[in-house]
Each structure stands twice: as C-alpha cells, then as structure tokens.
Design a protein around this ligand. Structure first.
Ligand code: ADP
Ligand code: MG
Length: 624
C-alpha cells in the first residue's frame, strides 16, 4: 500500500467539496465526462501521429454504469489513461493557474464559495460532492502496468498496482446517501443531455430496470439489463448553423469553458474555398480570471479535421484577444503539426487574420448594454491591440473608449470628433488628451483650465501604465491628430503681442524667480492658460529627449526626466502680491511653494517634502 498526502491547496478544495451544500452537484458528471473526452482526444492524436500506436483499435466510447445494489456509479473511457506518476501529478497536485486562482479567491463563506464553484471548472475534485469513496483505475496507452488511486476526499490518497486489460480510465464512485438521485437513469440521462450532448464521442448508459413480462396470470416482474447511447455525439461546430439554436451554443460554451454566465456574443463560421476551416468563437461576459497573469490559459482549441490537436497554443489569435474562447478546426493543416510549425504556419496566419476581423466586427455589433459590459471588462486589452495590431488599428480605435472632460461616462474617439467638429469656427483636426493615474487629479489639473475656458474637450486618460505607451503611438485617427496637452501651448493664447507684453512687464519678477529656482526649472514664463491656479509646470517639449521618451517606455526602461518650465498666472492674487512683496525671505519661500504645488498638481514628485510642508505652514501662519 502506498499512501500519499494531498497538496495543501487540494486539501482546502476537498474540504469545501465534501462540506459543500452546493445545489448544483450534478456538474460532477459534466466534469468527469469532459475529462474522458479529453483523454480520448489525446489517444486519438497519438494514434494518428505516432507509429507505435498506429495499429491500436479505435472504438472511442464513454460508459456510465449505474449499480443500484452497490450504490455506485462508474464512468469509464478507453482514452489515453494515466500511469502512477500521472495520477500523482494530475489528481494529487494542482498545477494549473486557473484552479490556483480559484482557491485563492475562496473566502470560507460557503455561500460565496459555492457561487465561485459554479464559475470555475474544478474538474475531477467535484466528484467529492457526491462521493464517499472514489477509485480511479487507469492504464496508460502503451504501458503494461495499471494503477488504482483511492481517496475518500480527506487529506490522504492511496495508489496501488492493479490489473486492467484495455488502456483508459475507470472512475468508480461510491455515492453518498444524499446523492442517490444519480442512481436514477432518467436523472443521469437528463444531466448528460444538458451538459454533454455535443461531446464528440458517444456516451452509453448501462442500467437495470424492472419490466413486466408475459401476460395475464403469467405476467411477472423481471430485472432487465439496458444499454443505450444518451448523447448526440457530434462536435457542435460541425453541424450546420441552421440546425443549431442559441441554447445549443451556450450549453456547449459552458461545458467546454466552465462558465455559467451567458457569453456576450458567439460567432460560428464555416469557410470554404482555397482554405477550408470552421471557427466558433465566444466573447465571455466576464474576463477570465487569469487574463492579466503571465501564465494565463489559452482560450482557443485547435482541431484538424475534427481531431483535437492542442488547447495550449496561446497565439492562435493575437494575444490581445486572449479573452476569446473558441475552436478552430482546419481541413488543411497536417495532423502532426508541431508547436514550432504552428507559430509560423501560413494557413494558421490566414485563419488568424480573418478570425480577428470577424471577432472585432462582432464586438462592434454588440448592443448598447453588452457593449458597455464589454468595455468594462476588456478596454485595456483593446488598447493593447491598438499598440500591437497595426492591421486592425483603425477598427480598434473605433471600439476603444475614454473618459472625457466634458461628459460623464466613456466616449469614443468618433464622439469626440463629432462634438469638436460641431464647435464653431473649429478647423483644426486635433484630439486633445491628458494622461495620469489619478482621475481626480487629472480633472483638476491646471493644464486643463485653459481648455475648459476655451470650451475644448480633453480626453482624460487615467490608465497611465497603458495609456502612456499606447496613446502617443496612435498618432492619427481618421486624419485627426492626437495631442497631449502637456506637450503643447495652451489654446487661445490671446495673442502673441499680449503675451510678449505681459512677459516684459513681469520680466523683473521672472528673473527673480529664476534666480531662486536655479537649475530646478529650465525656464519661467507668464501664461494665460490658467484661471484658478497661480502656477503650473509643463515638460519642455522642445528638449531633444522629448521625442525619445516613448521609445524608452517601450523598451521598459526608466524614461529620462524632461526639464520643466514653470508658468505663472498674472491674473492670480498670489502672483500679483509677489510682484509687490518686499520681504526677501517670504518671497523665496513662496516661490518654492509655487513650484512644488504645481508639481503636486501634476502628480510629480516633490524633492524635499519636509521642506515643502514647513514652508506652507510658515506662509500660512504669516497670513493668519
Ligand atoms: P482539467 O480537466 O481541467 O485538466 P481535472 O481536475 O478535471 O482538470 O483533471 C485533472 C487532470 O487529470 C486532467 O488534466 C488529466 O490529465 C487527468 N485526468 C482526469 N481524468 C482523466 C481521464 N479520464 N483519463 C485520463 N486523464 C484524466
Ligand atoms: Mg477536467
């Protein structure tokens, strides 16, 4: 006897499963059947690609046997099977990020946790919702030895050698007292029909039934053995669209991708011509939990002539579409495509290209509510696409949404252009934006004031990490130039004359300020773009480094800091007072506060925070 300890996380999961009051226990059947189907896929692939398996019989089947006397249910397949090591690896440990993420989210509150179970595929372990004891008897294709894994769902399991003829796996389930409903053939049929109708392999149910035989006095009840196929056994995507209903698509989706929420959209296409292939794609209602993890799971499965090839290839679609779930089934690829070949394969590149177009079109066609949900979940990824997918950049720019200085909620670039185009006397085609990581700070940025004054809309981009890289790379959209307001002169600088005069009449003050700030700023100027604030800082866009900044960001390097220009507002009380101030020390303190508070308003670091606080309180106490 060989005893093993479950990995800690599994212990947690098992505890939850065995103590779960989860109402949807029937999904254990869906999980076991889907595992059998995967195992058959894998064996089929071996048989078709590896010489040593060529001669093996191929009569794929999943059997479900009900034994009322024994209180047991047995699910078996003649798929690839597992050896001792596989059993430990696959059933005794958790390797997958999805499952790990699931366990991390468990709260210990059974109501919430049960909801989570519904959303995640917890696979094999779900069997412990209905089982007292589970035996997994398995023989790996090509091996001599077979093994039995036994567990009662507590901290330990056992693995022992056994004898088994055919390769494949048998799962024997001793049902809990309160799970007897699964001894009822109608109930089992119902569940299989519901979740597994379109599994590509036939599922047979074997059970015994009492039947009246004979007539009149001769009549008696006999126990009759029955066996029947209980699913359609056709891969759903191979059926013509006209035969399929919305429910069929949604059931198929929830079975394969373990998502109980209805997807936002699905698209099913059969392409014939120089290339032949079928695609079926889904856009999940909620972004899969691992979408921003480096080890996210691929969402699209590749088939060749209905033979499963892989569900681990992450670039069947471009990476920014990694939330899409679906199937690509090609008639033209060779069965033994290797990973390396896949990545450069022209057939796949072609399929990928037209698939992206279809998916983006489906997104554009979503109704208002669904589109809103889509943006909530995936706007970041669309931005990623704008940066990486040059072919579809324009379409992605139609889809992406931003916050705005003018309206609540999110707007499209087209909304912006429409509004700007309606503005009187507007001829320049420019889309203004400001970037930072705090929406509130951005909305109150001194840089915005002049635009508000001039009634010009500015996009508020508060997804700094992404926007900072993506937006400068957009350049133009439908002939409109995207302009960062931190890099240009404010609008309606009344006129050059006036500004020149102002700067001259303030030249003494400006020189004095420069003398105090020294190297801290590159220049000091009078501006008319401010109304509420006494000052603001802008990066010097004429500096040769300015155009290099986004290159540094793309390389993931710390970008060089640009020299700052301090701009002062001649209309502001504080500036007016400064001009008349006699006390040198107070003047000096005030100038530093002017610079530091302008920096803070832009979300920039203030070099000496202590000194800043001291100065502010000194000034305040004088004023009081
Ligand atoms: P998942 O199916 O999502 O990988 P499961 O918990 O359902 O997670 O199964 C864990 C692993 O156990 C599978 O990935 C597979 O390798 C193995 N496994 C489960 N059932 C079978 C089976 N009937 N035949 C072969 N391998 C199986
Ligand atoms: Mg599974």
């Amino acid at each position: 006897m060989a005893k093993h300890q479950y990995q800690t996380e599994i212990g947690q999961l098992l505890h939850l499963m065995t103590h779960s009051l989860y109402s949807n226990r029937e999904i254990f059947l869906r999980e076991l059947v889907s595992n059998s189907s995967d195992a058959l896929d894998k064996f089929n692939y071996l048989r078709l690609t590896k010489d040593e398996f060529k001669e093996q019989d191929w009569n794929p089947k999943i059997n479900i046997k009900i034994d009322k006397d024994d209180n047991s249910l047995t699910i078996s397949d003649n798929g690839i099977g597992m050896n001792e090591e596989d059993l430990i690896q696959n059933l005794g440990t958790i390797a997958k990020s999805g499952t790990k993420a699931f366990i991390e989210q468990l709260t210990g509150d059974s109501k919430k946790d049960n909801n989570l179970i519904g959303q995640f595929g917890v696979g094999f372990y779900s069997v412990f919702m209905v089982a007292n004891v589970v035996d997994v008897i398995s023989k790996k294709a090509g091996d001599e030895k077979a093994w039995k894994f036994s567990s009662d769902g507590t901290g330990e399991y056992e693995i022992n050698p056994v004898v088994k003829d055919e390769h494949g796996t048998v799962i024997y389930i001793k049902l809990k007292d309160d799970a007897k409903e699964f001894l009822d053939s109608f109930r089992v049929k119902e569940v299989v029909k519901k979740y597994s109708d379109h599994i590509a392999y036939p599922i047979f149910l074997h059970y015994e039934e009492e039947e009246r035989v004979g007539e009149g006095d001769e009549a008696k009840t006999e126990i009759v053995k029955k066996s029947e196929q209980i699913n359609e056994a056709k891969a759903l995507w191979t059926l013509p669209k006209s035969e399929l209903k919305k429910e069929d698509y949604i059931e198929f989706y929830s079975t394969l991708w373990h998502d109980s929420q209805e997807p936002l959209s699905y698209l099913h296409n059969k392409v014939e011509g120089s290339l032949e292939y079928t695609t079926l794609f889904y856009i999940p209602n909620t972004a899969p939990a691992d979408i921003f993890r480096a080890d996210f799971q691929a969402g699209v499965k590749l088939y060749v002539k209905r033979v499963f090839i892989t569900d681990e290839e992450k670039e069947l679609l471009p990476l920014y579409l990694r939330f899409v779930r679906g199937i690509i089934d090609s008639e033209d690829l060779p069965l033994n495509v290797s990973r390396e070949i896949l990545q450069e394969n022209r057939i796949l590149a072609n399929i990928r290209q037209s698939s992206v177009k279809k998916i983006l079109n489906a997104i554009k066609r979503l109704d208002d509510d669904k589109f809103k949900q889509f943006i909530e979940q995936y706007n970041k990824l669309i931005k990623e696409g704008i940066f990486t997918d040059h072919v579809n950049k324009e379409t992605l720019l139609e889809i992406v949404r931003y916050k705005s200085s003018k309206v609540e909620g999110l707007i499209s670039l087209d909304d912006y252009m429409k509004r700007a185009g309606e503005r009187e006397g507007e001829t320049k085609k420019e889309i203004f934006y400001i970037i930072g990581d705090d929406e509130n700070l951005l909305r109150h940025s001194p840089l915005l004031e002049a635009y508000k004054k001039a009634d010009i809309e500015v996009l508020i981009m508060d997804d700094k990490e992404i926007d900072e890289i993506v937006t400068p790379a957009i350049g133009e959209y439908k002939e409109w130039k995207l302009v960062d307001i931190a890099t240009v002169e404010a609008p309606e600088v009344e006129n050059e004359e006036e500004l020149k005069e102002l700067n001259e009449s303030f030249s003494q003050l400006i020189e004095k300020i420069k003398g105090i700030l020294g190297e801290e700023v590159k220049d000091v100027k009078v501006t008319t773009r401010l109304s509420q604030s006494p000052s603001c800082v802008v990066p010097d866009s004429s500096d040769p480094m300015a155009s290099m900044r986004h290159i540094f960001r793309q390389m993931g390097q710390e970008e060089p800091e640009l020299p700052l220009i301090l701009e002062i507002n001649p209309e502001h009380e504080m500036i007016k007072k400064l001009q008349e101030l006699k006390d040198d020390n107070t003047f000096k303190e005030s100038v530093w506060v002017l610079l530091d508070s302008a920096k803070l308003a832009e979300g920039l670091e203030v070099k000496d925070k202590g000194a800043f606080a001291r100065r502010v309180s000194n000034l305040l106490s004088k004023a009081l």
